[in-house]
Design a protein around this ligand. Structure first.
Ligand SMILES: [Zn+2]
Length: 177
């Protein structure tokens, strides 16, 4: 870190923002601020040692947030009132898509493959809506509904064109990027 850097103690961020950052870094929201800073510094490859150093990393992030990619985010479990969602979802109904297990796994798949259609290359940057697709359809292969190896990322159009009759694994098209 440059000594010339103007340092202002801003710390305008709230606990809610801090929790959100922790989740992005794959940490539960209730970890100490310093642990979040350590993880963030690690992610940004910043070497620091002092307490002030860690706080600077947080201040810098919140005054100029960077996108955090390549880390599987932490997803808090639903509270007791939503406990039903923790039971194994019925994979053949559309309720499956609202289940905690599925929402968590689809994020893992997005982190793994990136937010880019593995068939046509479309991405949110080109206006596409991304879907996490079951290569072997869950209605025909319910046992593979929550198998990460059965998931690929497709844009909405490619996914709708695919349908249950098609079991093409587009992951073999993946670019080296
Ligand atoms: Zn596509």
């Amino acid at each position: 870190m440059s000594r010339k850097r103007k340092y202002k103690l801003v710390r305008k961020y709230s606990n809610k923002q801090l929790t959100k950052l922790a989740h992005k870094l794959g940490l539960p929201g209730n970890v100490p601020k310093k642990d979040i800073a350590i993880k963030l510094a690690e992610y940004l490859s910043i070497k620091i040692s002092s307490h002030t150093g860690y706080m600077n990393v947080l201040d810098d992030y919140f005054s100029n947030p960077v996108e955090i990619v390549g880390i599987v985010p932490f997803i808090p479990k639903p509270t007791d009132s939503n406990n039903r969602q923790l039971q194994k979802p019925n994979v053949v109904t559309d309720d499956f898509l609202k289940s905690y297990q599925w929402r968590k796994l689809r994020l893992v798949a997005l982190e793994l493959h990136g937010r880019k259609c593995l068939c046509c290359g479309a991405s949110p940057a080109t206006g596409a809506v991304m879907h996490v697709d079951h290569i072997k359809p869950r209605r025909l292969y319910p046992e593979l509904a929550l198998d990460i190896n059965n998931l690929q990322v497709l844009c909405e159009e490619c996914n709708h064109g695919k349908g249950n009759w098609c079991e093409t694994d587009f992951r073999t098209n993946k670019d080296a990027t």
